[in-house]
Design a protein around this ligand. Structure first.
Ligand SMILES: C[S@@+](CC[C@H](N)C(=O)[O-])C[C@H]1O[C@@H](n2cnc3c(N)ncnc32)[C@H](O)[C@@H]1O
Length: 335
């Protein structure tokens, strides 16, 4: 039995010493760059130097393009979330990547999200159409598609280089069962996806990049079938559940969806990071070959990224998984 459901409490002040040591590694995948305007002030994520971005691309897009150029996607490098510790890891991890694989905890993050929505099991997504928004390098999509074999698993990401790479590496034109496909698109405007076309929408550690969270939620609602399930996993630099960012998100989600269940996995994420200190340090050093040290430290959460780490040490960083349902009765959300 996976222990995600037990180890869910937010870090306490009494644990601060422990957390301070590990907090230096907590901001993997937090981009050290400016976000566009949002209903919420995202300035707490803006503290790092962005002078390396000399292009006119969106800063996130520029970062992921640069990263891919310098560190091409491979089986050992096709996921970009913090990772989630559980004991044991979800059975899908052994079945796909392997329990000792360098990305085992990142694959486990995806499986824990499915488990949060559907329970433990392999056949849970059979016959379903799954859309992942923010699929990155496609590794999580490949794990879930291989393990659960939905009719279709479509990964969408804003970064076209990541999408092209995912298509090349992970899809096969011959396979018509457990079909895996990728398509470029914007979470806040999924115009290539038809209304009510998917049973499940998955979103893993990507929504923090979106300037308009409410536009994303509206799109998810539109593309889900009535009765469809939305599984969302992400962090915010805020405390759960009382922080303003989380209050805002909960309010937006509740306007459209029913049966909203939230699970605080901050501790599981922190344990995972603690166990992978050396590996993350290596990633930081590689990153420094193409980007500035401060930016890399913030991205990989290594020593020096104290501005973000401090937030976590103070219990001001939380990683939450939500599951929710689109009502059977069709209605237009009032966003
Ligand atoms: C931290 S990565 C996570 C990727 C993947 N979910 C994983 O766990 O490996 C965040 C991803 O969100 C994508 N992203 C950012 N803004 C987006 C948007 N507006 N629409 C779709 N994807 C977006 C980025 O390109 C990046 O691939």
């Amino acid at each position: 039995m996976i222990d995600v459901y037990q180890a869910v409490a937010r870090p306490k002040r009494s644990e601060m010493k422990y957390l301070t040591i590990n907090a230096t590694l907590t901001f993997l995948a937090v981009l050290p760059i400016s976000l566009a305007s949002s209903d919420l002030d995202s300035s707490s994520l803006l503290s790092m130097d962005v002078s390396f971005n000399k292009s006119r691309m969106h800063p996130y897009d520029y970062w992921y393009t640069k990263q891919l150029e310098n560190e091409p996607a491979t089986d050992n490098d096709d996921m970009m979330n913090y990772g989630l510790h559980s004991d044991p890891l979800h059975p899908c991890v052994a079945m796909t990547k392997g329990d000792n694989h360098p990305l085992a905890h990142m694959a486990n993050m995806y499986s824990a999200l499915i488990q949060h929505g559907f329970g433990v099991g392999i056949d849970l997504l059979r016959g379903k159409r799954v859309l992942e928004v923010g699929s990155g390098r496609g590794g999580g999509a490949a794990v879930l598609s291989k393990c659960h074999c939905p009719d279709l698993y479509l990964g969408v990401d804003f970064n076209k280089n990541q999408i092209e790479g995912s298509q090349r590496r992970l899809t096969s034109p011959e396979s018509d069962s457990c079909k895996l496909a990728f398509q470029q698109g914007d979470a806040m405007d999924l115009h290539n996806v038809q209304d009510s076309d998917f049973d499940i929408v998955v979103n893993m550690e990507s929504s923090h990049c979106y300037p308009k969270f409410e536009a994303f939620v509206k799109e998810v609602y539109r593309v889900l079938k009535p009765g469809g399930i939305f599984l969302l996993g992400d962090f915010r630099e805020d405390s759960w559940p009382e922080g303003d960012e989380f209050k805002f998100m909960t309010e937006i989600l509740k306007r459209s969806f029913r049966h909203l269940h939230a699970l605080d996995v901050t501790k599981n994420v922190s344990h995972s990071i603690q166990q992978r200190t050396d590996a993350l340090q290596i990633r930081y050093e590689k990153c420094c070959q193409f980007a500035q040290k401060d930016d890399c430290a913030a991205y990989w959460g290594t020593e020096g990224s104290f501005s973000f780490a401090k937030g976590y040490a103070e219990g001001n960083f939380s990683f939450i998984m939500w599951s929710m349902t689109k009502e059977q009765r069709l209605q237009t959300p009032d966003l």
